[in-house]
Design a protein around this ligand. Structure first.
Ligand code: CA
Length: 381
């Protein structure tokens, strides 16, 4: 979540695991990760030579390695950790070569129409309604505190972990250490995350061997990386702990806070379907993840017509998606950009938006909301 490359590779990896798990025996405890790839539109393929070779040796505790010992010394001098305690922790932790293997797999891109159906489907909509009902008070409080409506918080948690059903089964310590020490291409990033994780567990009074997460170390209902935990996690129920694994209230407040801190604009729209005319629109299709800069009025002058009422001064970016029957066009506003701060992907942001609208319509059961939903939002595949 902190960096695009993390999100990019993380999602690719998660898809690989998903496909692998789907092809093999069913998971005994948790469902396979349900989050597919979300390709970064402009991500250049990495050269072959950068593909990491695994140096992990299963059976050898991380604590017996010289590079880990150097890391422990650094943690002691930098943060005042107790050396003996860290030694004890890393003597019980092991690198996980399966993570390196999955990280090295090539990306598999899905077209939008296939990606969409993973998230905007009856199961995930129903799950969102149930999560909303179970956490209505916290979601209302989060809206009052951070200005983020419940449906967006619910949709993020739905896309990330199917409402907590799939938070990941790896020890976070081992996932981060594997990538910090045995995955040179991203070692600097994951070493920082490992540092943040140890600082976090010390602050929260958690045994570092206890938390579980994705193979990339993403944690809890909203799949926060440790650095995001440090920056955005809140103790929303004021019980003295930021618990994003067992306390959905903390997760709700933390996701809303993440949005708020990344520029969410209360009361402004997220996206609207659009149609295009002429040929000028082509040069305006946004493949970058940048805040929108063209006004609706200016875009209208270039053949781009929003299909829902929008203020002419609202800044927007034109988005193109691969629909089943040809390209679909959308206009994304500032709040659409904010959703891409959670995961650097236009497909991710639109899936969250569409899921949020479908959940909101079903939650309220209101004909008014149902009626204003464009067919393509209300439709489930
Ligand atoms: Ca709490």
């Amino acid at each position: 979540m902190k960096s695009w490359y993390f999100s990019f590779f993380y999602r690719i990896l998660l898809l690989s695991v998903t496909l692998l798990a789907a092809a093999c025996a069913p998971e005994p405890i948790r469902q396979p990760p349900a989050v597919p790839i979300t390709p970064m539109p402009n991500a250049a393929p990495l050269p072959e030579s950068e593909t990491a070779a695994s140096t992990a040796r299963p059976g050898q505790p991380l604590g017996s390695r010289a590079d880990v010992q150097a890391f422990i010394r650094e943690m002691v001098s930098k943060y005042g950790f107790n050396a003996a305690q860290l030694q004890t922790v890393f003597r019980q932790a092991y690198a996980q070569p399966s993570i390196i293997a999955a990280m090295s797999k090539p990306a598999e891109a899905k077209p939008w129409y296939a990606y969409r159906s993973i998230f905007v489907n009856p199961k995930r909509i129903q799950g969102g309604v149930a999560f909303w009902r179970a956490n209505a008070a916290a979601l209302a409080e989060a809206e009052r505190t951070y200005g983020v409506p419940p449906e967006f918080v619910v949709a993020i948690i739905g896309v990330e972990t199917q409402y907590g059903a799939n938070m990941g089964k790896y020890r976070v310590l081992e996932a981060l250490a594997t990538l910090a020490f045995d995955y040179p291409r991203r070692a600097a990033y994951f070493r920082k995350e490992l540092e943040s994780f140890l600082v976090m567990t010390r602050a929260e009074g958690i045994n570092p061997l206890t938390p579980r997460g994705s193979y990339a170390g993403a944690m809890g209902f909203g799949q926060f990386m440790p650095s995001s935990f440090q920056n955005y996690a809140v103790d929303f129920d004021s019980d003295g702990h930021r618990d994003l694994w067992r306390d959905p209230r903390d997760a709700v407040g933390s996701v809303a806070n993440y949005f708020k801190k990344n520029g969410w604009r209360t009361g402004e729209p997220v996206a609207t379907p659009a149609r295009v005319e002429g040929s000028q629109y082509r040069q305006l299709i946004s493949s970058q993840l940048r805040p929108p800069k063209d006004s609706i009025a200016s875009l209208r002058g270039q053949g781009i017509v929003p299909l829902e009422p929008v203020n002419g001064s609202q800044a927007a970016m034109l988005l193109e998606y691969e629909g089943r029957d040809g390209p679909e066009y959308w206009l994304g506003f500032d709040n659409f950009y904010v959703i891409t701060r959670y995961n650097r992907s236009q497909m991710y942001a639109l899936a969250v938006y569409q899921l949020s609208q479908a959940i909101a319509a079903q939650y309220s059961g209101s004909a008014r909301i149902g009626e204003r939903l464009p067919e393509r939002l209300a439709r489930v595949d």
